[in-house]
Ligand binder design. Structure first.
Ligand SMILES: Cc1ncc(COP(=O)(O)O)c(C=O)c1O
Length: 342
């Protein structure tokens, strides 16, 4: 069975697992775990922030950021289809009690004039806007890379209006591996979270980055949320080893590109409206509005491919390190075969 549902299904490799055995450990609640401390420092340095905090998940990093940047009853501007708004189990309503204001976007890049308009409207009847949150890569657009220049322009507007900019960079390394010149996110945003447990292949963990003051507060919120941990070097060492081999992400992009090219040439299915590839590790098959995508998912499953739905009509195929290069031709044929029966 080829599992293309997500890059979260990746299993830790032997070297990742072995790194846990040799990790130097301490009590991280006392900030005395040397492996965690050095991972936090390394990640902060890599992306141009003052400090880092190892958290259990991307959700925890995103939600701690909102808890710090916002007060209850204030607003967060974000793409209507962002993860932080739609796929975090209502955590923002539950924890920071904020509401989201949808921003127009193309492939995760916000329409800056629209953002300015939203900010200026934030008077009398509208809640105060405190934060803008974007996603890089942007999942719902097919894993699209948000151009660094557009982040710089957004940052300028956010700063002019004294707001905060958060980046949900669950898959930030997909953007960075394609464009290593632009890694200094700390110069342009107030907080960023990224995940070790997706394409990088670590079993657990995410990194939250920000200023020294932000991370001091974030440590308190992490504790309140039950995320204070002890000898965390065991998992931080695996995260670090996984991060060291981050260039494998480019192989995932090449696998997705190859399957996309094959589908483009060979797919002949009237019920599939479009096949979308945005240059990273995902392909979306957009199913026509009057067709049932679950039927195609069942056919994929029957033909040894697990895939999932994003929204109501998009089937997502995600390529990752546990899908080997030598399986790509077979996967391409299985996708075509399944679609011919749809
Ligand atoms: C874009 C994005 N942000 C945040 C998350 C949350 O990460 P986690 O599952 O580690 O909480 C995910 C998870 O898939 C994601 O895709």
């Amino acid at each position: 069975m080829y599992d293309l549902r997500s890059d979260t299904v990746t299993k830790p490799s032997k070297i990742v697992l072995e790194s846990a055995l040799n990790a130097e450990l301490g009590d991280d609640e006392y900030i005395e775990d040397p492996t965690v401390n050095s991972l936090e420092e390394e990640c902060a340095n890599l992306l141009g922030f003052e400090k880092g905090l190892f958290v259990t998940s991307g959700l925890m990093g995103n939600q701690i950021s909102l808890l710090i940047h916002n007060d209850p009853g204030t607003e967060v501007i974000t793409p209507h289809d962002s993860h932080i708004k739609n796929y975090e189990h209502g955590a923002a309503a539950f924890l920071s009690r904020v509401q989201f204001r949808d921003a127009e976007h193309v492939d995760g890049e916000l329409n800056l004039n629209y953002v300015k308009k939203l900010i200026l409207k934030s008077k009398v009847h509208k809640p105060v806007i405190k934060t803008v949150s974007i996603e890089n890569t942007h999942l719902a657009s097919g894993g699209s890379i948000v151009a660094f220049d557009s982040i710089k322009s957004l940052s300028k507007i956010v700063r002019e209006h004294d707001l905060k900019l958060h980046i949900d960079g669950a898959r930030i390394w997909h953007a960075i591996e394609e464009d290593k010149n632009n890694m200094n996110y700390g110069d342009y945003c107030d907080s960023l979270t990224f995940c070790f447990s997706k394409a990088l292949g670590a079993p657990i963990g995410s990194m939250l980055l920000g200023s020294e003051g932000f991370i001091r507060e974030a440590r308190e919120f992490r504790k309140k949320l039950g995320g204070g941990m002890r000898q965390v070097g065991v998992i931080a060492s695996m995260a670090r080893t996984a991060l060291q081999s981050r260039e494998i992400i480019l192989e995932d992009h090449a696998k997705a590109q190859k399957v996309y090219d094959f589908l483009n040439e060979n797919l002949d299915c009237k019920k599939i409206e479009s096949v979308v590839y945005k240059g990273t590790n995902m392909i979306f098959l957009n199913i026509k509005s009057d067709e049932n995508p679950n039927k195609l998912l069942d056919l994929f499953y029957k033909n040894s491919i697990k895939a999932g739905l994003i929204g109501e009509k998009s089937i997502r195929l995600v390529f990752h390190k546990d899908i080997l290069n030598n399986a790509i031709d077979e996967i391409s044929s299985l996708l075509i075969h399944s679609s011919s029966e749809f």
